[in-house]
Design a protein around this ligand. Sequence first.
Ligand SMILES: NC(=O)c1ccc[n+]([C@@H]2O[C@H](COP(=O)([O-])OP(=O)(O)OC[C@H]3O[C@@H](n4cnc5c(N)ncnc54)[C@H](OP(=O)(O)O)[C@@H]3O)[C@@H](O)[C@H]2O)c1
Length: 289
Amino acid sequence: MSIQTSSIIAGTMNWGVWGKSFNQAEIQQLIATCLEEKICSFDHADIYGGYTTEADFGKAWAAMNVDRESVQFITKCGIKYVCDKKEYGIKHYDYSKKYIISNVEDSLKNLKTEYIDVLLLHRPSPLMQTEVIADAITELKISGKIVHFGLSNFTPAQTDLIRKFTAVTYNQIQFSATHLQPMVNGELDYMQLHGIKPMAWNPLGSIYKEEVPQTIRLKELLKKLTLKYNLPEDILLLAWILKHPAQIKPVVGTTSVERIKTLQKLENFELDLEDWFAIWTESIGTKIP
Ligand SMILES: NC(=O)c1ccc[n+]([C@@H]2O[C@H](COP(=O)([O-])OP(=O)(O)OC[C@H]3O[C@@H](n4cnc5c(N)ncnc54)[C@H](OP(=O)(O)O)[C@@H]3O)[C@@H](O)[C@H]2O)c1
């Protein structure tokens, strides 16, 4: 089975108690809006909402009668996060075979599904053993519990380590107009070279989070560009990511039905070349090299 994720992915991190604490009807409204806008891939992690958001989503989605094959569920494993539901002494990572498999089995129950479309290792651990991970992934694929396997926040060297024994299809990384490193440190080039599909988390960067010289400069520019293109700022920031040839899939974190509806404006839209470079220039605050 081969699965395609949608070109925009809906991030669910803030749908539950880490964010808006949506009730079942509100989650269903968000899912339905995403599907209307052809956003069919949903990004989860076991830890979101202190291990509660996958289950909130699963309950809501299962009651909607949507064809399972028309949606894709991405989830992540490996972080042991201290919260009410778990009594870990400290936040840590566990990539033992037993934990990876039990983590996936919990996600299957929570999401009320027979399979996970894409399983990601949430963050690299210095203690991870590539053969142990490969063994777990092979078993999960053979049993049909996962379809594709990928990573999140892994460097090219860490990715090579994992690729030694098992195929890696995705790497979900932090990338935006305010977090440019993957574009200049070889990460995105590496992924293009090896056919690894990048997903970008926090695709709007710190624009709405911080008022610092970088975001002030970018907002000034975005003000002009919104007039030129008659498009909102968040659409221009996503278009900036989509113009990169690595075919990056932004994982959008909005919890707003209106903003999800606006995402359709990205279809058939491309930023002019000079405007793309203008965003890079304002991000770094100086002429590009
Ligand atoms: N792999 C990882 O390690 C990792 C880490 C973090 C996150 N993630 C994934 O990435 C997803 C997205 O991350 P993110 O939430 O940082 O994404 P984001 O899309 O960059 O940011 C979303 C935030 O920006 C706000 N926003 C959007 N448009 C706005 C506007 N025009 N004006 C003001 N505020 C605006 C949203 O508010 P509204 O809700 O009001 O629209 C929301 O709070 C998460 O849901 C999660 O699935 C993965």
